[in-house]
Design a protein around this ligand. Structure first.
Ligand code: ATP
Ligand code: MN
Length: 441
């Protein structure tokens, strides 16, 4: 152990490679690898160090009779999960991971690990989610967790690429705001100098205001904050939302964008090499997704014995019952005005609005609507929801000087990942989740 010792800061890894870059074809090359001591195997005359890096594993093989005694002892003594760099010659070896081994001439322990680990990074000994989240830095060393976050990174890239290719402008709106987006959902108050402010629950008002600016297709990928008291497997207090808003289109057009996006995400993730460590066979959904009206959904649920009536929001059990019947992603359209926000366009002559939810058979993924773009109607809707128009003045102003018709949606990134990867708990896909109990790490 080099605890307390100052590590020589002049070290460097010559010709550093990731483990997956090396194969038997590199036989004879002198390379360096850097990573964590995943496993040690002592066969008496031969000693193996399995070094893990971001991309996989490399076997470092030390033949007792051939290597320097000091080098051999150093390898034998290094605690599991210490950070090491190893330099040596590559040799093809079919039995080793990746089909090669590294015959070292230099091993340096850059940071020794304490011997008692908070969890087992080989994944052989399982751990409760809470234990894993408490030691997330170590949990991320396990293959399964690592792949979840590699996929998360890929999914965000796919979404950005998809929207950029379609001519969307990426925007950033404030996360410290003065007014509630919709009322209803609880907000986190914060102190903002001498005033009270809130963490934003959605970029809704701001992305709509941009429709008045001529930015006719915008998207934002950013945190949303919801002070939801309940502790469920699908709610976070800080989540990530993909929001889009598009001018001169109807709800149907943004629904098409949404279903195409879902299919593109699934198709890209289906090609990801790490899927087997998640035990997953991804089925790419077919489009168009089924569209059912809220009214039809209620009928189906009543037939299925669910205690629900027209006007009620869907409970978790209702979402599950509908999902089981439909079996694939689907949209629920034409929701009662009373349970959708003031900015959803009312359907003339009916008690409903042109709002939709995108559902995975297990849970809601996204909500969207055709928006109200008439200043008068919007003002009226805000009032009829019992909200004060003064706190919405900055937003309402954007509707007075030329506001095109527009539509949009907000999609929960964590809900998408959780449902796609068939994970039980939404916290699995957040590095450091924020929930009712969890504010650290
Ligand atoms: P739910 O009814 O399922 O709690 P919601 O209807 O309140 O969700 P919206 O305001 O419609 O949520 O937000 C749009 C999307 O953002 C949701 O469909 C969901 O994917 C995601 N989302 C909203 N709140 C949360 C949350 N607390 N945790 C994780 N994702 C969320
Ligand atoms: Mn919703």
């Amino acid at each position: 152990m080099n605890e307390g010792k100052v590590v020589n800061m002049k070290w460097s890894v010559r010709n550093r490679k990731y483990s997956h870059e090396l194969t038997a074809e590199h036989d004879g090359e002198h390379v360096g690898i850097a990573g964590w001591v995943h496993e040690k195997r002592d066969l008496g005359g031969v000693f193996f160090l399995i070094v893990r890096d971001r991309e996989g594993f490399a076997q470092v093989t030390l033949h007792k009779r051939e290597v320097d005694r000091e080098l051999f002892e150093q390898a034998r003594k290094v605690p599991r999960e210490s950070v090491v760099m190893v330099e040596g010659i590559i040799k093809g070896e079919q039995k080793a991971p990746g089909g090669f081994e590294l015959l070292p001439d230099r091993i340096e322990v850059l940071s020794a690990a304490s011997p008692v680990l908070p969890l087992d990074p080989t994944g052989k000994v399982g751990a409760e989610l809470d234990t894993r989240l408490d030691a997330r830095f170590m949990d991320l060393r396990t293959e399964r967790t690592k792949h979840i976050f590699m996929i998360r990174s890929q999914v965000l890239k796919v979404i950005r690429d998809f929207l950029n290719e379609r001519g969307f402008i990426e925007i950033n709106t404030p996360k410290i705001v003065s007014a509630a987006t919709e009322g209803g959902t609880a907000l986190f108050p914060i102190s903002y100098f001498e005033r009270e402010a809130f963490l934003n629950q959605s970029p809704q008002l701001y992305k709509q205001m941009l429709m008045a600016s001529g930015f006719d297709k915008v998207f934002e990928i950013a945190p949303i904050f919801r002070a939801e008291e309940h502790d469920t497997t699908k709610h976070l207090n800080e989540a990530t939302s993909v929001d889009i808003e598009v001018a001169f289109v109807s709800a149907e057009e943004v629904m098409k964008i949404l279903e195409e996006l879902i299919v593109v995400v699934y198709s890209k993730v289906a090609l990801y090499h790490g899927l087997n460590s998640l035990n997953l066979q991804l089925k790419i959904p077919g489009i168009p997704f089924k569209r059912i009206r809220y009214e039809e959904a209620i009928e189906l649920l009543v037939e299925a014995g669910e205690p629900i009536e027209w006007g009620d929001d869907l409970s978790t059990s209702a979402e599950h019952k509908l999902g089981a019947q439909i079996g694939e992603h689907y949209f629920i359209t034409e929701w009662p005005r009373a349970i959708k926000p003031f900015y959803a366009q009312p359907i003339e002559g009916k008690e409903t609005s042109n709002a939709f939810d995108l559902m995975h058979p297990r849970l809601e993924l996204a909500s969207g609507s055709q928006r109200v773009h008439s200043y008068e109607l919007l003002k009226q809707n805000i009032e009829s929801k019992g909200l004060s128009t003064t706190s919405f003045e900055f937003y309402l102003d954007a509707f007075r000087y030329g506001m095109p018709p527009h539509a949009g949606w907000g999609l929960g990134v964590e809900r998408l990942l959780m449902s796609m990867l068939e994970l039980e708990n939404v916290r699995e896909v957040v590095l450091f989740p924020r929930d009712r109990r969890r504010l650290v790490p």
